[in-house]
Write a protein that binds this ligand. Sequence first.
Ligand SMILES: Nc1ncnc2c1ncn2[C@@H]1O[C@H](COP(=O)(O)OP(=O)(O)OP(=O)(O)O)[C@@H](O)[C@H]1O
Length: 362
Amino acid sequence: MVDQSQIEEIIKGLIDPYLEQDYVSCGSVQSIEVDDQSIVVKLTLPYASGYFGGGVQQMLQGQLASEFDDHKVSVEVDWLVRAQKTANNLPGLKGVKNIIAVASGKGGVGKSTTSANLALAMKQEGARVGLLDADIYGPSQGLMLGVAENTRPETKDEKYFIPVEAHGLQVMSMAFLVTDNTPMVWRGPMVSGALQQLLTQTLWDDLDYLIIDLPPGTGDIQLTLSQKVPVTASVIVTTPQDLALLDAKKGIEMFKKVNVPVLGVVENMSTHICTNCGHEEPIFGEGGGDRIAAEYGTSLLGELPLSLSIREKADSGKPSVVDDPESPIAMMYLEIARRSMARLALQNQNQDEIPVIQMSDD
Ligand SMILES: Nc1ncnc2c1ncn2[C@@H]1O[C@H](COP(=O)(O)OP(=O)(O)OP(=O)(O)O)[C@@H](O)[C@H]1O
């Protein structure tokens, strides 16, 4: 007679590459049913893994079938995203399980491109995803996601906005509400209040993840937003140049200051791949993202090359992940998305491990 513990041992041998844990330790085993003829195992992964989970299912099914060849083996793998605790225990947002803020120390490093592709990659794994463009000074998500110019969100009861749909994402942007003529002076001081209003007055529909594309920098606006918005975690985008890395460090410090966990760092425009010969060169230096990740006790979520196709696709309204989902670039975004989602799922479990950074008062 097959024993349940024998099956558990086999499941323990399977390490999820994103959770970096086996499926027993991370609590993914829902049930194991065994009788003389059959074995039925049900796993529930804690992050959106509609596609990846299929591979896990096949692998486990194969292993159990070969080990217990006199049994009929059936393995089911699904996933469920839970709402994690918000930073500073702020009350969560209706219709949203987890908010991930994407930030960069300085402008132009590819924060918006990364946010859009990250959101789309999460959606590809089956998650319900929203994207809020909070980059008040250069809102670009509408353009990047191919939302027609002058699109205005519909409203409900003259009180709520219904997010605009683009490539299956629920999208909101200040750009949908202001015009080019709205003065900058209005935008500055009112950014935080206006954004909070935008966030809370939008009818987000049952989101697993809401990505917020923050304005670049680590000034007062970002600090206030990180404190007032019920974020669950953050992602930092940087390029490998020394100056950008210095700014990225400030970003990490800012989030730590306001108790927002940092899921990791994305190093963008990390290498240049020659469009003629395919030769790859680290023109801005190597390993910067890795170094700051190590220094600040966080992880490198991934590196993206400086690539003409990333720029062309983002600027034409169809980011790489939707325009060429099988491409190596799309796969890189998918890996970053899975790592981010998995780290988020482990957040509360790992809470004691988040290092405390001593802050100066400046
Ligand atoms: N990996 C990449 N390879 C090539 N071009 C890229 C890459 N990532 C982003 N870009 C391009 O760089 C430009 C700036 O990117 P993006 O708008 O995403 O940056 P940002 O950090 O959000 O900027 P801002 O702070 O000004 O909003 C865009 O034209 C985008 O298409």
